[in-house]
Design a protein around this ligand. Structure first.
Ligand code: GNR
Ligand code: NI
Length: 189
């Protein structure tokens, strides 16, 4: 396993339309393992293969990227009584050749970020609920209804497969402001 370099704007490879996976082989398993390691290290809640320079229709998502063997955390809460929080378990999800079926007419708005557009956050409106179909690491097909952050994250990741970034959903003015801000942050660093 290895942490791979995450491409950042304005890298033109992020605009690639990724190709369907045809071979469910060891190379694919290595790619997925490396993508999880890269995503957890970043840290992020999702990653598309093109973000590590591989133009294949492969996504990983984990909305609960907490360490499995993390110690329970002591919490000093309001009211003065101390208690422990069990960290949430990792929940790694892999989506290969994903498709979106009947997106809801109702939309929801989330504050999104992207590992390829670091430190920039903006509200993006997307269908609130979707039905998704995808293949797993062995090539078996699955179908499931999704809502909430999972629906949003899957749509964000699927945009990457078409070479689209969340900032492409913003007005030109807001996108340019975001890119200028990123340039400024990089110069300051
Ligand atoms: O880590 C991430 N957080 C996030 C927050 C709201 C909506 C989408 C995302 S995905 C992002 C990681 C990433 O860049 N995936 O492509
Ligand atoms: Ni992203």
């Amino acid at each position: 396993m290895a942490i791979r370099e995450i491409l950042e704007v304005p890298d033109s490879r992020l605009k690639t339309v990724s190709k369907p996976v045809e071979a469910f082989d060891d190379e694919l398993k290595t790619l997925v393992a490396d993508m999880f390691e890269t995503m957890y290290d970043a840290p992020g809640i999702g990653l598309a293969a093109i973000q590590v320079g591989v133009p294949l229709r492969v996504l990983v998502i984990d909305l609960q990227p907490e360490d499995e063997d993390a110690e329970p955390e002591l919490c000093h809460s309001h009211g003065g009584h101390e208690h422990y929080h069990q960290p949430t378990r990792k929940e790694p999800l892999v989506f290969i050749n994903p498709e979106i079926l009947d997106p809801s007419e109702e939309h929801s708005v989330y504050q999104e970020g992207c590992l390829s557009v670091p430190e920039i956050y903006a509200e993006v409106e997307r269908p609130a609920r979707i039905r998704a179909r995808w293949q797993d690491i062995d090539g078996n097909t699955h179908e499931e209804d999704m809502d909430g952050l999972l629906a949003t994250c899957l749509q964000h990741e699927m945009d990457h497969l078409e070479g689209i970034l969340f900032i492409d959903h913003l007005s030109r003015l807001k996108r340019n402001m975001a890119l200028k801000k990123l340039e400024k942050l990089r110069k300051a660093a």
